[in-house]
Design a protein around this ligand. Structure first.
Ligand SMILES: [Zn+2]
Length: 348
């Protein structure tokens, strides 16, 4: 399969992301954004279509036609102080006394904390016979975006993992560029969780092609789910199938599986693409339909704090409803990794 792809120069360059080697420009977080890419048809999984035309036929559990990999990055476990004050003021203004009384306690009481919603998310997903991955930060106090100590979440991590959902690492802002940091954070999360961690996503989707894949592989991760654009949904290297990245410097495949990220919550509405709700939903459906046509895997990212916002929550519920009506196999990164390596990869 890879040999066939090599013979098609245009698709090979897209698959390997040749344009991301030796960059002149990057964005404010040192990322390669879609607006700097030469590729202008990011909603078309071209490379995957080529592979399917050349015989790739992935199968999924119970004969399902395509898969959805649900993931969540946990940047916050309680709202910042400002958030609490603003929401209290809003509740008071609306005359909602019950909410007004509850809100000031939201950052200290788990019961009234809108970001302490892991079990709620699990309950929602279980309704659709699905599971997901939760990627937790393991930052040290003083590091950028330190919001919680992973050691304080031991019971919750074990609850998630014991019920069959996955706990993976959400690498820090600098992790994507440091083997030492990746190893330290992986170990720290594993100590708290009491088991091996195989899945990864970097904070801010920071990622350097091909170096981050090499570092993640060396640090002992089995799969990564970072590879998507922050500023646009779609297929960053034309693929909607899990793949082993190829390093153009060493001319070798890298020993890690990439589950390309197709749809992130914040990309759609106010932060990047600035779509309204209706357009965002249209785009989500369109991307899912494309992946279905290629028997691929749609990897999605909904942050737990965004799920506390009504619009984002509604989009997520619509998405779950839509893919389950299409009879997709909906699961976590870990299960997609296990299935793909055991059942699909060895055939091609
Ligand atoms: Zn993050």
């Amino acid at each position: 399969m890879i040999e066939k792809l090599k013979q098609n120069e245009e698709l090979w360059d897209l698959f390997t992301k040749k344009e991301e080697y030796n960059l002149t420009f990057s964005d404010q977080d040192d990322r390669f954004p879609y607006y700097l890419s030469c590729q202008r048809d990011v909603f078309d999984p071209k490379v995957s279509r080529f592979l399917v035309e050349n015989g790739l036929r992935p199968e999924y559990p119970e004969g399902k036609k395509f898969a959805v990999c649900l993931t969540h990055d946990i940047d916050f476990t309680y709202p910042a102080k400002m958030y609490t004050i603003v929401e209290t003021a809003k509740a008071v203004a609306k005359g909602n006394l019950v909410d007004a009384v509850k809100m000031p306690f939201s950052s200290i009481s788990k019961r009234y904390n809108p970001y302490w919603n892991f079990r709620e998310i699990m309950d929602l997903e279980a309704k659709y016979n699905s599971k997901s991955s939760f990627y937790f930060l393991a930052l040290n106090p003083g590091e950028k975006d330190f919001n919680y100590k992973i050691e304080n979440l031991e019971a919750e991590l074990k609850f998630i993992s014991d019920h069959g959902w996955e706990v993976g690492l959400h690498g820090g802002y600098e992790s994507y560029n440091s083997l030492e940091d990746l190893k330290e954070k992986k170990q720290r999360l594993e100590r708290v969780l009491g088991k091996q961690v195989i899945g990864y996503r970097n904070h801010y989707l920071r990622f350097k092609v091909p170096d981050t894949w090499e570092l993640l592989s060396k640090a002992g991760f089995k799969y990564d789910a970072t590879f998507g654009y922050s500023d646009c949904a779609g297929f960053r290297n034309g693929l909607c199938h899990p793949f082993r990245p190829y390093n153009l410097n060493t001319e070798k495949q890298i020993d890690i599986l990439e589950l390309p990220l197709i749809i992130m919550d914040r990309t759609l509405l106010k932060d990047y693409m600035r779509l309204d709700f209706k357009k965002a939903w249209e785009l989500i459906k369109r991307l899912i339909d494309k992946v279905e046509q290629c028997n691929g895997v749609v990897t999605t990212l909904w942050h737990n704090n965004m799920l506390a916002e009504e619009q984002y929550r509604k989009l997520y519920e619509n998405l779950l409803e839509y893919v389950s009506s299409k009879n997709a196999w909906i699961s976590s990164g870990e299960e997609v990794f296990n299935w793909w390596t055991a059942n699909v990869e060895k055939k091609y």
